[in-house]
Ligand binder design. Structure first.
Ligand SMILES: [Mg+2]
Length: 295
């Protein structure tokens, strides 16, 4: 039995799974999609939710900082809107043409002998478009996206309400006054608690835990790649191995830092080395026997 245990350990690759954020991780921030996305969010807040222009920068910062995404924050402070409408407005007009096929990354990913899964806060249409433009669609086993973690939401606005009227200056009918988040943070000794959001998204540890459960991932045997320091720090707290992408400076919570995802092989050769070991042993013909005995 002792021999059997050692044997299984030797043939096992170091990691079972690689979990990748999408935007600004699989392609560089310098493509400018993030800036465009931010502009679209601001336009949505003014045009669709009727929020005053002058409040937008502070509101965006506070919502993003406290809720993970501006969208999650808007829902927390009682703005109601259709999620698909939000996503198509915010992502629908992005300059996707800036994303080009990436054959280098494609062959790196395809040569990695472990499970590869996308984990993004974005919606599935956006994820599919980005992966298609980069020509990486078939490099991943699956995509965990907004809809995966927020499957049951129904807007409280009925289909018959004139939410999207022409001119798009419509304010949704609300019985509840939105929570004044700017006012909240302008009080030096604010005692009231921030309202909770119904949206599940990174960097909440709950979102990461749920994603791990859905994809049946063991965090101890998974490498998590993301360009966001706070996502990486949450990932570390739930037990993932972490790689901060987009910078060569490793910050707290990041086990590794990569200036570009293209550096993955130089920075993490063990992802490939582990497989070589396993193949060598596999050729000995003993793997199948071990598997059938322990199954
Ligand atoms: Mg990102």
């Amino acid at each position: 039995m002792e021999f059997e245990g050692r044997y299984r350990q030797a043939q096992r690759p170091k990691y079972d799974c690689l979990l990748f954020d999408l935007d600004d991780t699989l392609y560089p921030l310098s493509y400018g999609l993030a800036i465009e996305c931010r502009k679209n969010i601001e336009d949505y807040m003014v045009q669709k939710l009727g929020i005053e222009d002058r409040k937008i920068p502070d509101m965006c910062n506070l919502l993003y900082k406290n809720y993970g995404t501006t969208m999650a924050g808007l829902r927390a402070i009682s703005y109601d809107f259709d999620y698909d409408d939000y996503h198509s407005f915010v992502h629908g007009r992005l300059p996707y043409e800036k994303l080009k096929p990436d054959p280098v990354l494609r062959s790196l990913l395809l040569s990695l002998p472990v499970r590869k899964i996308i984990f993004t806060n974005a919606d599935k249409v956006h994820a599919a478009k980005v992966l298609s433009r980069l020509e990486l669609e078939d490099c991943f086993e699956g995509v965990i996206c907004f809809e995966t973690l927020n499957p049951t939401y129904k807007s409280t606005i009925s289909d018959h309400d004139d939410f999207e009227v022409e001119g798009s200056k419509a304010t949704p009918t609300r019985s509840i006054q939105p929570f004044d988040i700017i006012g909240h943070f302008s009080q030096p000794n604010a005692v009231s608690e921030l309202p909770k959001t119904p949206i599940v998204c990174k960097p909440s540890e709950d979102a990461i835990d749920r994603a791990l459960k859905i994809a049946n991932i063991d965090p101890q045997r998974t490498m998590f790649f993301d360009d966001s320091v706070r996502n990486i720090q949450s990932g570390k707290r739930v037990g993932l191995h972490t790689v901060l992408v987009g910078t060569s400076h490793r910050t707290k919570g990041a086990d590794y830092a990569l200036e570009s995802i293209h550096n993955i092989k130089e920075a993490l050769p063990e992802l490939w080395e582990a497989d070589e070991k396993s193949v060598k042993i596999g050729y000995s013909g003993k793997v199948a026997i071990e598997t059938s005995v322990t199954a």
